[in-house]
Ligand binder design. Structure first.
Ligand SMILES: Cc1cc2nc3c(=O)[nH]c(=O)nc-3n(C[C@H](O)[C@H](O)[C@H](O)COP(=O)(O)OP(=O)(O)OC[C@H]3O[C@@H](n4cnc5c(N)ncnc54)[C@H](O)[C@@H]3O)c2cc1C
Length: 293
């Protein structure tokens, strides 16, 4: 299939891109890595009249360290750049672990950080990870800019709070809390496929070795990244014993997620996998947190 006809703009600055987007409103679509958009256009699932290509805007591709230990990533930073950067490995080990799981090397050489987040596929690693890591997104339009926390950015299946004319320009990742540990567990039918289900966990311990903070965010478990609030409540203030972890994993899989059945797996099978993955992810995350003490 070939896409329906469209007009094409290739701005070289963010301001030019925002001007095109403001002029054409919801008739325009942004082209980032094209790894999701181009197949959708080829299948005519989307037919934008205008394509605004961000690939000639060098100002949108960067990774900068924040003084507090966090990171700032420009929206057009390619997955591969994030995957191989030693600063990411040092400051955001959870993100570093996740990058090789995103599709294939070809996808990662073109796909972008901002494109994956804007596409808002609930099966995408970065979508759930951004919530697990408490990321904030900088959105710009001709009228100004606003910051949106990751847990408010995703509002449904392939749906975000991005308005027509708005561009995701930057993602800010805060440093992980002290005495914290992380884990990402997934099950996929084949290596590099989208996961049938997965979970990212970030936990931290207080000075008595009790759970100070626990966040689990599931992918492929609902219409958006599914944050396990009830399971976090089970762990709060508790010693991370085998029993506490097991109880939290069961609550997460039964009460916090909303998986559906499709040709790849039933909802029941996904819930079963979620229990196992949540338990393993919490065990690994708490072990890593304890090793930091
Ligand atoms: C075979 C295959 C396997 C894959 N496997 C995985 C996987 O295992 N895990 C995973 O997470 N992903 C996977 N992907 C998706 C991949 O990560 C894509 O890179 C990603 O979904 C889209 O990023 P992109 O930069 O290519 O964006 P594009 O395809 O260019 O754009 C996607 C959408 O986001 C919008 N957009 C892009 N950038 C911005 C911006 N800065 N501001 C506002 N809107 C914007 C576009 O208009 C479009 O609607 C796979 C893709 C393919 C083709």
């Amino acid at each position: 299939m070939k896409p329906a006809p469209f007009d094409y703009y290739a701005p070289t600055t963010v301001e030019q891109a925002l001007a095109y987007l403001a002029e054409h409103g919801d008739e325009a679509k942004v082209l980032a890595g094209g790894q999701s958009l181009i197949p959708m256009m080829n299948f005519r699932l989307v037919q934008p009249a205008i394509l605004v290509d961000l690939n000639n805007i060098p100002d949108l591709a960067y990774m900068n360290p924040d003084e507090d230990g966090g990171l700032r990533l420009g929206a057009m930073t390619r997955h591969h750049q994030v995957e191989v950067d030693p600063m990411v490995a040092e400051r955001m080990p959870l993100l570093h672990d996740a990058m090789p799981k995103i599709g294939y090397p070809q996808i990662r050489s073109r796909g972008t950080f901002g494109g994956s987040l804007s596409h808002a596929d609930p099966s995408a690693e970065l979508v759930s990870l951004s919530v697990a890591l408490d990321a904030r997104f900088r959105l710009r339009s001709q009228d100004g800019e606003r910051w949106v926390p990751a847990n408010e950015f995703f509002i449904g299946l392939f749906a975000t709070v991005l308005e027509p004319g708005e561009l995701l320009v930057e993602v800010a990742l805060p440093p992980m809390p002290a005495r914290s540990g992380w884990s990402l567990m997934e099950v996929a039918r084949r290596q590099h496929d989208f996961a049938l289900i997965g979970v990212a966990a970030v936990v931290s311990l207080d000075e008595n070795g009790r759970c100070q903070h626990a966040r689990m965010v599931f992918l492929s478990a609902g219409d958006r990244p599914m944050q396990a609030h009830r399971a976090a409540g089970v762990l709060a203030g508790q010693a991370p014993t085998t029993e506490a972890i097991r109880a939290a994993a069961e609550v997460a899989a039964s009460d916090d997620i909303d998986p559906s059945s499709d040709i790849h797996a039933t909802a029941e099978f996904r819930r079963h996998l979620a229990t196992v993955l949540a338990r393993r992810a919490l065990e690994q995350a708490f072990k890593r947190a304890a090793e930091k003490e």
